[in-house]
Each structure stands twice: as C-alpha cells, then as structure tokens.
Design a protein around this ligand. Structure first.
Ligand code: ATP
Ligand code: MG
Ligand code: FE
Length: 341
C-alpha cells in the first residue's frame, strides 16, 4: 500500500510518500532555521505559522514527485505528538482534512515511533526485537523495540536530552543554531582530551542518562578562558559519546534477545556517535543499523513508514483523535518514573 506521511512536530515541515515495501517515492522537507536563528532556538508560535504556510505546497510537491494523486494513497499518516502542540495540530488537522476529503483512513503517528521504526525503512532485514538508542533533541532513551507499538523503555535521561546538550553547548560557544552539526564541525578541529569534563552516571548501576552536569562544566570551561572553542567542542562531544556508549553497553548486558543494536534520532547523525556504537555492536557480535543522515533528523518518510507499519497491523485512528504534546512510547515506564520525564 501507499502511505502519505506528514511531519510538523518541531521546526521541520515535511511530506513524504512511502510504500509498505519500503520504497520512498517522494520526500519533501522545509526547514525553518532562518526564522528561528535570531532567537537561538525554536519559537513555537513562529514554528506553527511556518508549518501552516509550508505544508500544503510540500504535499502537492511530494505527490507530483511521485506522479501520484490523493486517490492513489491508501492511508494518511500524520504526527500526532509529542512535540510543540501548535505545530503538531497543523499537521494532524491537515491529515484529518485530507483523510475526510479523500475518504482515506487516518493513522496518528507518535513522532518517537517514527524515529524508532526508521531503521526498518533503512534496512528491511532488521527484525524485532532490537535495542534502540533513541537520541534526539527532546529525548535520550534506550528502548527494546519488540514490535510495532510495543516498546519497553530501559533507560531515559534524568535531565537534558543529548541533542539538547549539543544545542546548549553550541549556544554557549557561540556556534549558532542548529547546534549539533555546528558542534560536530568545531569538534573536528579540536582535541577531545584538552578539557577535563565529567561523564555523568558513567559506570552507575542505574540505567539512566544525565547531561546537566556536563553542560554546567562546559560553561565553566568556557568562562575560564583557558580553552579554545574547538577544544571545548571536541571534549564535550567525546564526553557525550562516552556517556552514550557506557549506558548502551550496560543495557546490552542486561537485555535478552536483541537481534541488533540500532540508533535513531537527530544525534545519530553525528559521525563519532555512529562509529563508536558500530564498534560496540561489533564487540557484541550484533549487527549495527543506523539510518542515513537525512532519515535521522526529522522528516516525513519516517512518519509515512511508521504509518505503513501501523496500517499493515490494522491500526488506524478515528478523525477525532487528539494531538498530544506529551506521548511516551512506553506508558508503563513513564508511570513508574512519575510524570515529567
Ligand atoms: P524529538 O525527536 O525528541 O521530538 P527533535 O525532533 O527536535 O526532538 P531531531 O530532529 O530528531 O529532534 O534531532 C534534532 C537534534 O539532533 C538537535 O538537538 C540537534 O542538535 C541534534 N543533531 C543533529 N545533527 C547532529 C550532529 N551532527 N551531531 C550531534 N547532534 C546533532
Ligand atoms: Mg529541526
Ligand atoms: Fe525528532
């Protein structure tokens, strides 16, 4: 079947057409970096308005790229959360309107499920269950992906997400927005051992991540005036990688039956992160799967694909389904930790 996917949960507006065989017939994306750059971060109201302007033309362009019309589409998948609620509503309401007008079923997709299943779009041989490191702007989690809609969260961050740490470090170092790619470029010119920085929770018996202390240490290093921006960026990146690897290694020891080690989310676009995880997987004799860079950061192909997986499992949604600013993939783990993480 053919699925139209819509994404608008943060600051990328996107539309894509993907088949249930994993063929990406079209994917279109409009970023909003220029609109948010003066503020050094995503401004929700500006984002929502930009989604309204961009989404319609992107859908038309994606259909034209694929040589398809709405009549050819079997289902419409739209991100229904989590994310900035104004933006989520733009995509979800657009999806509902198209579904109603064209008489097609609607699939309300959890943005995190889009990230979590994107490796199966990249590599059709990837089977459940797999251990997923989901590292993005808003999340840093280890999940056992057992099936479509079936996720066990093994670990999460107790403060900042890894991508958030990259973004804040970029801001502190004057490297601009968006932060992750800017820090990676600066880090390539620096010495990862130059600045002594903490690795919060590394070696800890508990499973979780923490990046707040690292962020504070970056600020102190900057204010000391002793180090170059490049050395701080390189040392920071190395500290993040060390944290991600230590926590993932711990999870690999604890978890049973994972068929592969998989990384997804925007921080998975970082080469140091990918290469180090690949080496860890090799040590454990596990295949390593990471989506191509464009599929790691926000896009609509992953939403269309998650929609295709849900549609194939018979999981469609009524037209009054609600947009959700918060929407954990594993509600049990969320309840166990209490609200807010
Ligand atoms: P979420 O998916 O949790 O709702 P989001 O959609 O904003 O958050 P993504 O688009 O998945 O997040 O990822 C964006 C994040 O990835 C940003 O924090 C960005 O700094 C980070 N990122 C992107 N490229 C790189 C890179 N090369 N190195 C490190 N971090 C990166
Ligand atoms: Mg973005
Ligand atoms: Fe995302």
């Amino acid at each position: 079947s053919l699925i139209l996917g819509l994404e608008s949960s943060c600051d990328e507006t996107a539309a894509a057409l993907v088949t249930s065989d994993g063929a990406i017939l079209a994917h279109r994306l409009a970023g909003q970096e220029a609109a948010h750059r003066p503020y050094g971060g995503v401004v929700p109201e500006i984002a929502a308005r930009a989604h309204v302007e961009a989404l319609g033309p992107l859908i038309e362009a994606a259909l034209a790229d694929a040589g398809k019309t709405l009549a050819d589409v079997d289902a419409i998948a739209a991100t229904a959360g989590p994310g900035l609620i104004g933006g989520v509503m733009v995509g979800l309401v657009t999806g509902k309107a198209l579904a109603l007008g064209a008489g097609k079923p609607l699939v309300a997709v959890n943005h995190l499920e889009g990230h979590a299943l994107s490796p199966r779009l990249a590599d059709p041989t990837l089977r459940f269950p797999y251990l997923l490191l989901l590292v993005s702007g808003g999340h840093c989690q280890l999940l056992l992906v057992k099936g479509v809609g079936d996720y066990a969260r093994l670990a999460t961050t107790i403060d900042d997400a890894a991508g958030e740490a990259f973004d804040k470090t970029a801001k502190m170092l004057g490297l601009g927005f968006p932060g992750g790619p800017a820090v990676e470029r600066a880090a390539a010119l620096g010495d990862p051992r130059a600045v002594p920085l903490p690795r919060p929770l590394v070696g800890s018996a508990e499973p979780h991540f923490s990046f707040a202390g690292l962020k504070a240490a970056v600020l102190r290093a900057r204010d000391s005036g002793q180090y170059s921006v490049e050395d701080i960026a390189a040392s920071f990146s190395q500290a993040v990688v060390d944290c991600l690897i230590d926590r993932t290694r711990r999870a690999l020891k604890k978890v049973d039956g994972a068929t592969a080690l998989v990384v997804a989310g925007g921080v998975a676009a970082n080469n140091n992160v990918r290469e180090t995880l690949q080496a860890l997987a090799a040590q454990h004799d596990l295949p390593f799967v990471a989506p191509p860079l464009w599929l790691c950061t926000d896009n609509a192909a992953m939403i269309a694909w998650a929609g295709a997986e849900r549609f194939a499992a018979g999981l469609t949604d009524p037209l009054d389904v609600a947009a959700r600013p918060r929407w954990p993939l594993d509600p049990n783990a969320e309840a166990a930790r209490g609200a807010g993480v």
